[in-house]
Design a binder for this molecule. Structure first.
Ligand code: EPU
Length: 444
């Protein structure tokens, strides 16, 4: 397991380009099962989850190749396999997105219950209710979903859960409904840009979908879909992470590819905190003079502040003057990064779904461990602002969803190095290893 060594504090400056959105690329790759023809995708990020999903698809007869021009080509070689392999699906949430396409295209799907970041309860009841409404017979056997349907039919499906619409649930039901007989109306559909991007991809295959980006999506089933070329939407979460990185380091960074209409809530919070935001053509620039004001932040479904940026904002609030709160209304238990932020010197209390912060607190170097993707990003941001050399382990979590994060930060002036495990201990004269937790702790 590799570690990141980060020497802080640094003032980031320069330009960075965001990659395509992981959370759009994954359901789009899964939906390629529906295509009767090759699919070519531009701007698919080079992240582990993409490789893991390619493993799932290969087991299902869909081969993914990176072409010399960087595009990803997906082609179905065989249409018979219906069972998704347990190992890779258990490693991520989006593996479950093959369920709807398999059912619609092949009439049968055997898909393990998904894994993914441990950020609280992540049920799939709405996915299953939605597919059952389209006529699928569904059973749960030995932690596999076993579903079959000779031909799905249109229906009215409600995907609004207790904390809002489900993102991958909308992907699954929408991808299934495109080949169903008749009209499907999804009420309470997710409106995240990644879901809209999936809908546009399906349209480019020949699907008939209206209402994308609204809570009511109407799908008229067609008999067959072709192939297509599609560009993945830029990653708004990666863009937000770089904007927050600029803010926490008192820097000035232009994020190329960032779309302001996907980031309005994030930009509003950053402006409220005292950052200067300039929206240009195809890029957003953030400048921060180092003086940040605390605010209260609520993470909500789009167009609210994304829950996937909540940990990064929590790191940022440690550097703001006054008291502030971060309330995660989507995943109320998504606070595993707080323990590591404490080690770095943060003053945070967690009460239910809220983190309460009083700042600014000077951050100092520490050896910490990323426990999930966005929590890991929050630790990287805090380490950039902390005094001294921090070590972040559990980098594989960050690699699941950030395309060359360390390299991009280096281009902005950060001192970030990837280190192998042997070097991790050898290079840390001021650290000892706690045997029980196997976590590196700074000596007192
Ligand atoms: N929910 C239900 N029933 C369901 C599905 C969801 O009650 O059947 C609840 C969840 O418990 C949660 C809320 O609905 O409280 C939202 O969950 P959702 O289904 O929207 O999340 P997801 O589809 O599993 C995707 C992203 C996550 C992102 C969330 C919220 C992918 C692959 N994952 O997850 O991304 O946090 O939407 O926006 O698209 C990440 O990239 O780090 C990440 C975790």
């Amino acid at each position: 397991m590799e570690a990141l060594h980060i020497e802080g504090p640094v003032r980031l400056s320069g330009e960075v380009t965001v990659s395509g959105a992981k959370n759009a690329a994954l359901p789009i790759m899964a939906a390629s099962i529906l295509a009767d023809g090759p699919v070519v995708l531009d701007a698919v990020p080079e992240v582990t989850d993409v490789r893991t999903l390619a493993e799932v698809l290969a087991a299902l007869g869909v081969y993914c190749h990176r072409q010399p021009d960087g595009t990803l080509r997906l082609e179905t070689i065989a249409n018979e396999a219906c069972q998704a392999p347990r190992g890779p699906v258990r490693r991520m949430r989006a593996g479950f997105c093959v369920l709807g396409p398999l059912l619609a295209r092949r009439g049968r799907a055997v898909v393990p219950l998904p894994g993914g970041c441990r950020i609280g309860r992540r049920p799939v009841d709405l996915h299953l209710q939605g597919l059952a409404a389209l006529g699928a017979e569904i059973q749960v056997k030995d932690r596999y979903i076993v579903a079959r349907a000779r031909r799905l039919h249109g229906a009215v499906v409600n995907l609004l859960g207790p904390r809002g619409p489900t993102v991958t649930g909308t992907a699954n039901v929408m991808s299934a409904a495109v080949l169903a007989r008749g009209v499907t109306t999804i009420r309470g559909a997710a409106v995240e840009p990644e879901v809209v991007d999936l809908g546009r991809f399906l349209q480019s295959l020949g699907a008939r979908i209206d209402g994308l980006g609204t809570r009511t999506v109407t799908i008229r089933g067609v008999e067959q879909l072709g192939g297509a070329r599609h560009g993945i939407v830029p990653d708004r979460i990666e863009a937000a992470t770089f904007l927050i990185a600029a803010a926490i380091t008192g820097g000035a960074v232009s994020v190329r590819g960032a779309r302001a209409n996907h980031l309005q809530a994030v930009l509003h919070v950053l402006q409220q905190m005292g950052c200067q935001v300039e929206i240009g053509t195809g890029q957003i620039t953030l400048r921060c003079d180092g003086h940040l004001r605390s605010v209260d932040i609520a993470a909500r479904p789009f167009p609210g502040v994304p829950t996937d940026v909540q940990p990064q904002f929590t790191a940022l609030l440690t550097q703001a003057y006054g008291t502030g709160t971060v309330h995660d209304q989507v995943f109320p238990d998504r606070f595993t990064h707080v323990g590591s932020l404490w080690r770095l010197g943060a003053n945070i209390a967690v009460r239910g779904a809220k983190a309460l912060l009083a700042g600014p607190t000077p951050l100092h170097s520490a050896a910490v461990r990323a426990l999930d993707l966005r929590g890991g990003a929050a630790l990287v941001l805090a380490a950039l602002a902390a005094d001294g050399r921090s070590v972040i382990r559990g980098v594989h979590h960050i690699d699941r969803g950030y395309d060359r994060l360390a390299e991009k930060l280096v281009l902005l002036g950060a001192d970030v190095r990837r280190i192998s495990p042997r070097a991790t201990t050898a290079n840390l004269p001021h650290a000892r290893c706690d045997e029980r937790s196997a976590v590196m702790l700074p000596t007192a």
